[in-house]
Structure formats: structure tokens, C-alpha cells
Design a protein around this ligand. Structure first.
Ligand code: CO
Length: 429
């Protein structure tokens, strides 16, 4: 099966973690998954399919094993957030005839690529009705309304040899020209929500979490359509492919997908991987607190997040024996200092799933003189006491506003995750 077309749609319709979770929720409901509230304690049925959402930006979906008895849990983890520019609370700045928006970088943004793009705004808005009821709505302006112009080369002759980006002074986008009245962002937000029938004219915009995004849609590009280019490939690719694998896999053991927000800023929030979200769902699944560690000891977490592909223009940045190539298969990530959770046993389990499905695998370890990133894998593994590993498709330009990955790796990752969900045993003697 080709996951590409639906994946492109998902990325384009998910400019923020809130939208990603909304779209995953729709897909789950379409396939018979039932939403559970954290505030209620409904009994779970054998073979039942459920999901839990927290903060509208993190999601746990699972299918209970048909035996009903809990042996272990096959888990795939990913994250819904991506580095971006978020609006400040008092975002509007008017001077010298222009209206601009104050922004704050979220996560490890590669800032240079944000210049000269047709940007739009999306996120969550919290409103108050006339009878003082608070409610939140998602918003997406969809059309390009903002632009961060580069300084012309004539005014900065050093631009190609050493331009540094100051996020406070250089990144506020231009959104329009100052008029006689002060530009009213909250009114603009309310008008958009009223137009979409998501709010009434009498409601008041209280607060918002809005971020800028590139309106240029994700696309399949290259000779032979070898690549996928788009925003937020890290890590909406793994969210979507993990979701499809969960939906399509036949049940062996209990299967679960966790997609956390706030990975890009260290996972420390009530919806992040350091929170009790996954643990509380697992406690509910296991039923009996005394059995929890025994179930965890027979469980496995596959943390799916993108890897760095060997960049042909920067070969010196890679270890010469570990250079994952785009379209040559998913990448197992290793780090002796546990920035990745992979060990010899968990790698062997995944490699067995890959062998069963004829999927080529690659491996990544960073150069010993360059640090490496991390994922929700080691955090979740530490918190739950569960075996884990890190895997992902190789990409270029991680954390750029537009990243590049191999189109064929998407199908390979899908088959691999299905293979893991359906592997008869994950025991290592
Ligand atoms: Co990531």
C-alpha cells in the first residue's frame, strides 16, 4: 500500500499539534475506535479499540488483545510538535507604517529558511461567551497573511558568509500596513471563527496559542518521484504511519500508539512524554496495579522519529561507517550515552520484524565529536521500565521549515511497524 497521498493530506491539514490530533481523532473514529475521557473510568472490552486525548495535542490510541488477558503491550511512540515560530501574547507591533507580529521560537528552529515564505497562522484559541463560559476552538487562516523578508544582499554584503539571525529583531513577520485604527488581532481571530461558524460575534477572544507555518504544501518531488518535501516531516510522518499501522494491523498482543506534544522542548508538560499520560492509560489497561511491572517487562516501545540522512554536501558531518541513505530503509538509532533507547536485544527484535517483511534496515550513530538529539524513547522507557528502541526514516534538513525524506521509506516504515505489531513474540531468551 502507498501511504504517500494520505500522508501529504495529513501534513497539509495539520499545521499545529492541535490540528494533527484532531485529524488523527477523525481517522480513529472512522475506523471504529472509541474516545475515552480521562475523567471517566469505563471498562475496557477484549478486542476493544480506544483512544484518549490530552490538551488537544497529545493522543494515546490502543487495541486491547482479543484474549482480554494482558500479556504485554506493543507500543509505537511519536511526537505531534515541530519547531516553529509562535506568536507572543501581545503580538502586534506597529511602527514606521507597518504591522508586524512578535514571535518566539519554539524548539530548535533552523531559522534561516523561515525568510521569504508565504506564511499563515494556525493554532488554538480560548474564548469566553456572554454568560462567562470558556471554550477552545482550533483556527487556521489557511491563506498567506505574513512574510519575513530577507535583507537585500546590497544592504548586507556579508550575508552569504556569516549572517547570524537574531530572533527578537529579525523574525517578526510583516502582516500589513498601519491604518488610522490600531490593528486588532483578537478581532481578526474572532471574525475568522465567526465566518467558520465556530464562535458567535458576542464571544470574546481571551487567549491564544498561534504559530506561523509555510502555506507551500507538502509534495512528492524529484526524478522518479523519489522524495517527499514538506514542513513538519519531523514528526508528523511517524504519527501518521504509526496510526495507519495500528489501524491496519491484526491483533496479537495489545497494541498502542502514543503521540506526545512538546518533544521539541524537552517533553516537560502535562501532555509531554515526562507526564503521566501514557502511564495512566496503561494502568487502566492493565487493570491491576500489582500486575503493572510484570506487563511492562513483557512490553516493547518503538520510538519512531526521523533520523539524519547522509547529506552528500556535508559528508564530513557523518560517521563514515554509519551514513543512512534516503530510500534505503528505516534507520535504527544508537547512542552509547542513552540519548536513544536502542540496545542489542531491542534492535534484534525490530530487525527480525524487518526480515519477515523484507525491509532493508540502516543504522545511525553520530560522530563522536558531534552531539546527538534525543526522542521520547529514552524518557518513556525510563519512566515505565519498558524495553525500547529508536527508529525513523532518514531525512535532510531536520527542523527546517521544509524537510526532505525518501518517498519509498514511508512504505517501508509502515510495513515495519505493522510487522512489529504483528510479530508473534518479542521475547529474547
Ligand atoms: Co523529532
Amino acid at each position: 500500500m502507498s501511504v504517500n497521498k494520505n500522508l501529504l493530506d495529513f501534513i497539509n491539514r495539520s499545521p499545529t499539534p492541535f490540528h494533527a490530533v484532531k485529524n488523527m481523532r477523525t481517522e480513529l473514529v472512522k475506523h471504529g475506535f472509541k474516545e475515552l475521557r480521562e475523567s471517566e473510568s469505563e471498562k475496557l472490552e477484549p478486542s476493544g479499540q480506544y483512544f484518549v486525548v490530552r490538551n488537544n495535542s497529545s493522543l494515546v490510541a490502543f487495541r486491547v488483545s482479543d484474549k482480554g488477558s494482558m500479556v504485554g503491550v506493543r507500543m509505537v511512540g511519536a511526537h505531534t510538535d515541530s519547531p516553529c515560530l509562535k506568536l507572543k501574547p501581545n503580538a502586534v507591533v506597529e511602527h514606521d507604517g507597518y504591522v508586524q507580529l512578535g514571535v518566539e521560537p519554539y524548539g530548535g528552529v533552523l531559522m534561516n529558511p523561515w525568510f521569504d515564505r508565504d506564511l499563515s497562522l494556525a493554532g488554538r484559541v480560548t474564548l469566553m461567551s456572554t454568560d462567562k463560559i470558556l471554550f477552545s476552538r482550533l483556527i487556521d487562516f489557511e491563506t498567506p497573511i505574513a512574510f519575513i523578508p530577507s535583507l537585500a544582499i546590497h544592504l548586507d554584503r556579508e550575508a552569504n558568509s556569516g549572517r547570524k539571525v537574531n530572533p527578537q529583531t529579525m523574525l517578526p513577520p510583516v502582516v500589513g500596513l498601519s491604518g488610522t485604527d490600531k490593528f486588532n488581532l483578537k478581532q481578526l481571530i474572532l471574525d475568522k471563527l465567526v465566518d467558520s461558524q465556530l464562535a458567535k460575534k458576542t464571544d470574546v477572544v481571551s487567549d491564544f496559542e498561534l504559530s506561523l507555518y509555510d502555506t507551500n504544501p507538502a509534495a512528492i518531488i524529484g526524478l522518479d518521484e523519489a522524495f517527499i518535501a514538506g514542513s513538519r516531516l519531523d514528526n508528523l510522518v511517524s504519527c501518521w504511519i504509526g496510526l495507519k499501522a495500528l489501524i491496519d494491523s491484526s491483533s496479537v498482543d495489545t497494541q498502542l500508539l502514543i503521540c506526545n506534544d512538546h518533544e521539541e522542548v524537552g517533553s516537560g508538560s502535562f501532555a509531554g512524554a515526562r507526564s503521566d499520560l501514557l502511564e495512566s492509560v496503561l494502568v487502566r489497561l492493565v487493570g491491576d496495579a500489582a500486575k503493572f511491572s510484570s506487563v511492562m517487562s513483557r512490553s516493547l516501545l518503538v520510538s519512531a522519529d526521523n533520523a539524519h540522512g547522509l547529506h552528500p554536501n556535508f559528508l564530513e558531518k557523518h560517521d563514515q561507517s554509519h551514513g543512512p541513505v534516503l530510500n534505503a530503509g528505516p534507520v535504527l538509532k544508537f547512542n552509547a550515552n542513552q540519548s536513544y533507547a536502542t540496545n542489542s536485544e531491542t534492535a534484534a527484535i525490530l530487525n527480525l520484524a524487518a526480515r519477515n517483511k523484507n525491509i532493508p534496515m540502516q543504522s545511525f550513530v553520530s560522530r563522536s565529536d558531534i552531539g546527538c538529539g534525543s526522542t521520547i524513547g529514552p524518557l518513556t522507557s525510563t519512566r515505565l521500565g519498558v524495553k525500547a528502541l529508536d527508529v525513523g526514516i532518514p531525512t535532510f534538513g531536520m527542523h527546517s521549515i521544509r524537510e526532505l525524506a525518501g518517498a519509498r521509506d514511508l512504505d517501508a516504515l509502515y510495513s515495519l511497524l505493522c510487522g512489529l505489531f504483528e510479530l508473534p513474540s518479542i521475547e529474547v531468551a
